[in-house]
Design a protein around this ligand. Structure first.
Ligand code: CA
Length: 220
C-alpha cells in the first residue's frame, strides 16, 4: 500500500479517457479544432471534463459561472450537464477565442444556456454582485489569469451559495507548488492560495490531483 497518488502516464491517461464518460461529438470536434491552436494546452482534458460534468449533476447545479472560457470546451461540458432551464455566465477577455466556443455551443444546442460576457472578469463579477446576484450561483469554475486568482476566489465566495462549489484549475502548477526551489511569482502565488483555502474557515476544501490540479472549495 502506498500513500502516493498514482502517476498518470500517457497510457493510463488514455485509459481514463476511455473508461470515463466518452466525449460527445461536439466536444471532440471542439477539442480537435482547439488542438491546432498554439494555446491548446489551456483547455481541460476529457477526463477532467467528465469529472466536472459529474460534479454538476451530483450537486444539481442549475446556475453556473465560469471565469476564463478560452475556446469554450469546459463551458460546453458544464452547460451540457445542466438540467433543462439551467444557465451559465462565462467570462473571458477574448472575443476571438470565445467565438469558437459560441459556434460550438450553438451547434451542440446549448447556446441559449450561456451568457458570455467579454471583458475583464473581475469587473464582470463586480457587476454581477452589484446586480444583486450574490448567492445565486451553485457552481463556479476559475481558470483564467493566475494573477487574479485570489480576487476571483473572493468574488466567487460572494456569488456562489452556501453548499455550492468553487473549482479552481491548475493549482498543482505542473508540480511547481511542491518544489521549494521554485520561487517563480505565479508559483508562489498559487502555493499561497492553496494554503489560504486549506486554512479558510469559510469553506470546506479538497485539492484533487486531476489534470493540473483542481481545488474544490465548498462555501459553508
Ligand atoms: Ca486550466
Amino acid at each position: 500500500m502506498s500513500r502516493a497518488t498514482i502517476m498518470v502516464d500517457d497510457r493510463l491517461g488514455e485509459y481514463l479517457d476511455f473508461i470515463n464518460r466518452p466525449e460527445t461529438a461536439a466536444q471532440r470536434k471542439l477539442r480537435d479544432e482547439t488542438g491546432m491552436m498554439p494555446n491548446a494546452g489551456m483547455q481541460i482534458g476529457p477526463n477532467q471534463g467528465s469529472f466536472m460534468a459529474f460534479l454538476i449533476k451530483l450537486l444539481g447545479v442549475e446556475r453556473a459561472l465560469e471565469i476564463g472560457t478560452f475556446t469554450g470546451y469546459s463551458a460546453l461540458t458544464v452547460a451540457s450537464a445542466l438540467p433543462e432551464g439551467g444557465t451559465m455566465v462565462c467570462c473571458d477577455v477574448s472575443a476571438e477565442w470565445t467565438a469558437k466556443g459560441r459556434a460550438a455551443w450553438t451547434e451542440a444546442g446549448i447556446g441559449d444556456r450561456i451568457d458570455l460576457r467579454i471583458g475583464p472578469a473581475a469587473e464582470t463579477l463586480d457587476q454581477l454582485i452589484a446586480d444583486g446576484e450574490a448567492g445565486t450561483f451553485d457552481f463556479a469554475f476559475i481558470d483564467a489569469d493566475k494573477d487574479n486568482y485570489d480576487r476571483y476566489y473572493e468574488q466567487c465566495l460572494i456569488l456562489v451559495r452556501k453548499g455550492g462549489l468553487i473549482a479552481i484549475d491548475n493549482v498543482l502548477w505542473s508540480g511547481g507548488v511542491a518544489d521549494p526551489s521554485d520561487q517563480d511569482r505565479l508559483t508562489v502565488m498559487i502555493r499561497a492560495l492553496n494554503e489560504k483555502l486549506r486554512d479558510d474557515p469559510r469553506v470546506d476544501f479538497c485539492l484533487v490531483p486531476i489534470g493540473d490540479g483542481l481545488s474544490l472549495a465548498r462555501p459553508r
